[in-house]
Design a protein around this ligand. Structure first.
Ligand SMILES: [Zn+2]
Length: 285
């Protein structure tokens, strides 16, 4: 079987990234013209890297600071995803949660100081085998693989009380392409590995690349997770779809006006011509 796409946006070129950014800007312009229709709910932002590197998964540190300032001035409450419950306030007000995928070291350098400044909680989804150093992300060449957080650093960050590290599989394989046994190992195995390393229970699972089907939702529930996060567009509203929580990408091309619109529903629907799910589920062979 040919290799499935690896990460949401990692292999797209800058040209494709800019074209997508233009489509998002158009989408937001239409949303404004239509009177900014949006439903209240919890919007979960999905970041990967915060870095000056020319990497489609990296938001520049100065842009990230600008985005945090926009959130602060928006008045939106930033909630801790691990404390999410069936809460009526999620239905009635716009709230925000911050997530960072893959456990890159630049989270410590650039994101953490901003979170501390504002006492905002965040969740970082880590790939156990990558944190162990036994697996590398294959969308980076060996000469340009970013540094990753190690378990000591994660434990030290958790002690400060704002950030939690939660499982994002063992090896970042695309789960729907695996046998059920293999998918179970990636899901339940990463729960055990992260819990052993951090010395506490974990509750949230992040589907690699945002790919999942009903099968993965059941496996994540069976493994004892409270919730699973994917990459569908839109706000989360009660009754929550616990094993398919929606997330909105925070993109390196998001200028202030685009980012501001994302927070209030400007990108709750897929951009024109894109499927409802940010990443189509590959068929099992
Ligand atoms: Zn990932």
């Amino acid at each position: 079987m040919s290799a499935p796409p690896t990460e949401i946006t990692a292999i797209r070129s800058t040209a494709v990234g800019l074209a997508k950014a233009a489509a998002v800007a158009g989408q937001i312009a239409v949303w404004r013209l239509r009177g900014r229709p949006s439903e209240p709910g919890l919007r979960i932002l999905a970041y990967h890297r915060i870095s000056r590197d020319r990497d489609e998964l990296a938001v520049h540190p100065s842009r990230f600071v600008e985005q945090m300032e926009i959130i602060a001035s928006s008045g939106l409450r930033v909630i801790d995803l691990t404390e999410l419950r069936q809460d009526s306030t999620i239905e009635n007000e716009n709230t925000l949660a911050l997530t960072f995928d893959d456990g890159y070291h630049d989270f410590l350098d650039y994101a953490l100081p901003e979170l501390h400044k504002r006492r905002w909680p965040a969740t970082v989804f880590v790939v156990a085998g990558v944190a162990d150093g036994t697996v590398r992300f294959r969308w980076y060449g060996s000469d340009r693989h970013p540094d990753l957080l190690n378990w000591d650093e994660m434990r030290a960050i958790e002690k400060e009380g704002l950030v939690r590290f939660e499982p994002h599989s063992l090896t970042h394989k695309i789960l729907p392409t695996l046998s059920e046994d293999e998918a179970w190992r990636e899901i339940a195995g990463s729960k055990s590995a992260v819990e052993a390393a951090l010395g506490r229970e974990t509750s949230l699972f992040c589907y690699p690349g945002g790919y999942y089907t009903e099968r993965e939702m059941h496996l994540v529930a069976r493994a004892g997770f409270t919730a699973g996060v994917g990459t569908e567009y839109g706000p989360n509203r009660t009754p929550l779809n616990w094993y398919g929580l929606r997330r909105i990408p925070a993109d390196r091309y998001d200028v202030g006006a685009v980012f501001r619109a994302r927070l209030h529903g400007g990108t709750d629907r897929p951009p024109l011509g894109r499927p409802e799910r940010a990443t189509p589920v590959p068929a099992r062979s």
